[in-house]
Design a protein around this ligand. Sequence first.
Ligand SMILES: [Zn+2]
Ligand SMILES: [Zn+2]
Length: 289
Amino acid sequence: MVSLHGGHSGQFCAHAGPWHAAEVLKPPPRAAGYHTYGVTEHAPRSEARFLYPEELELGWTTKTLADNFHAYAREAAALAQEFADRLTILCGFEIEVVPAREYAKLMSSLRHMYHFQYMVGSVHYVDEILIDGALSEFNRAVTHCGGVEPLAVRYYDAVAAMIEEMRPEVVAHFDLIRKNAPDEASVDSAKIRAAAERALAAVAAHGAILELNTAGYRKGLGRPYLAPWMLDRAREMNLPVCFGDDSHGPSDVGAGMNQARQYLLDHGIREITYLARERGKLVKRKAPL
Ligand SMILES: [Zn+2]
Ligand SMILES: [Zn+2]
């Protein structure tokens, strides 16, 4: 069992609940049967206009986020060492695509500054409007783009652009636009599929691993992220797929993994591709399901 995205903790991220990183990581990944567990805290947002309501309520500033992230990088590396004989912990981070004009530079400098082993590429914003948080913000994005369909197209265009720009090792929750959409059908049309296909082509071109993200079960979507048709395309295009539990607390660790494994098997995917550390370098490895 492998997860390449998760381990978010309240110690560093306000929307993850009261958990200390060691509580999220200590017995749970092992107890859940994990062999490799990637911890990927959110990159700090650099401008105050991107702070979340719960962060403002706590009196957090962009400096708090930067300080937390700094502490995260140290703690993740220390935990990886502490658990080295029991569990492979990979240290990475989950990127943000804001501010649009300079996110790429910011994310690259974080990666190098903290020597992260890998990057999880995520698009939580369309034109700097959060599509992953409150419904009011999502609706603002809908109005901004002129409807749900054009928003979804713009979202997948942003995913493709992010992959081209950042070349992340893992592409997270590929169809996150589904989360706040009125229903599945509203984000599934010929135009939207064409845009998603372009993003999948970018995944292929840069050799990224597509994340099968089990948070979709917890968010009441009835399925993980990667809609069935995307999984079929991933299989046809021979794109590597790996699990991510996107945990934001101990009870999320390993949640939905059995269902997700079955979901992959049901769509003809019989192996996952994960990341392993070999002689100090990160390499891709395959494992049968
Ligand atoms: Zn989060
Ligand atoms: Zn995310």
